[in-house]
Structure formats: structure tokens, C-alpha cells
Design a binder for this molecule. Sequence first.
Ligand code: ZN
Length: 242
Amino acid sequence: MRVLVISDIHANLAAFEAVLADAAGSWDQIWFLGDLIGYGPDPNECVALLRQHDHIGLSGNHDWAVLGKLDLHTFNYEAQKAIQWTQDAISEETREYLDSLPSKLLQESFTLAHASPRQPVWEYILDTHTATVNFDHFTTPYCLVGHTHIPSLFAAEDREVIVSYVPMYNTPISLNGIRYIINPGSVGQPRDSDPRAAYGLLDTDSMTWQYRRVAYPVSQTQERMHKIDMPVRLIRRLEFGL
Ligand code: ZN
């Protein structure tokens, strides 16, 4: 099966639409790794668009916060403002859908977790030390995570050595034989100094993974955020991918 792997849409409809257009014809099912909402101006529209497609999905820490499952004080001031706006903006249907999502699940040879297999909602896998610990917390060959908003790949090439790779775009890599923790990056709020939307294409028959990036109309999302009075720092950072 060909899978479109996406994470951290964060209510950025323009970015989500750009990813779907760029990947059109290349996938059969979406695997969504959590944080559909928070930050962006279009929570209901993003939830509706995801639900139009054959998909499986996870909930992330921002989804939990909007649902009241996480203390708002664990977020910075701007994120709190965005979460509070989102709490008022979402429909009952959106709320029920988000509430139905797990934060971790198993699919074929893959463990899917929003943040990490050890702490599915909260832990950031940003370095080889954290990745090393997490390889003991899933039993499948591969694990897909989001949450950091940074595309990354950690490989356990033997029991002792964990190697991290910088992603190469548009170049399929073979997953066979090595355990991996893979992060596709963020659709709607990239934070690796590249403002383009990030996603991954996975082929579970050939067991190959491909990183992808696509530019989207950032100013369109920014204008919508201005209209609803989102904090300026959240609006500006989209231009820089920070
Ligand atoms: Zn996120």
C-alpha cells in the first residue's frame, strides 16, 4: 500500500491543501500523526478535509489541550492564546472526532505515535540519546512520530549504534533490514528553517520511504490569522519555518 504520512497540520488549510495536491496520485491511504489543530485559523476545515479521505489518525498534545485533556499552562503564552481561540472555534462534530483519536497505534510493521513510543503525547525525539531509549519502547520494525516539526530519521544499525540522518528529499530510501524512527516533519508549522510544508510517502510493499517538501501560500494563512487576532509571533514564524 502507498501511504501519505503527515503530521502537525495545526489548522493550516493552505498548507494541507498544497500537500494533497503535490502528492495526488501517489498514495492510497493517509496516516496522520497528530496535532490537527492549534496555531492555525482553519481547525474545522482541516478536520473535514482529513475526514474526506481514507485515513487513520492520532491525536497530539495540541488536540488534547483543546479538548481539555492537558493543562494549558504546559504551553507558552502564544500557544495558549491559539488553543483558547480554537476551543471557541471548533464545532461539536470536530470536537467529537478529535476526541475519538488515539495517541498511539499499531499498523502493519509500524508503530505510530504523535510524540514518541515511550510518551506518545509529550516527548520530543530530537537527538540520538532520546531516540536510543525509545527503540526499546516499540516492538515493530519501524516507528513513525511527529511533534518536533522537524523531518528526521533515526536508525538502529546495531543494538548499540543509533545514527541520525539528515533527510534527502525526493529520494526513496529502502527501509528493509534496519529499525527506524521516522518523522515526516510538519505540514502546517515547519520548524527547521524551511517554511515549505513537509510530508512523507511510504510504500509498504517495496518498504521504501521518501521525504517531500512543497511550498504553499504562506501569506494566505497569515492573513486569516491576522483577521482572528492570533499572536503576531505565531503569524510571522510561518514565513521563516521557525
Ligand atoms: Zn505540533
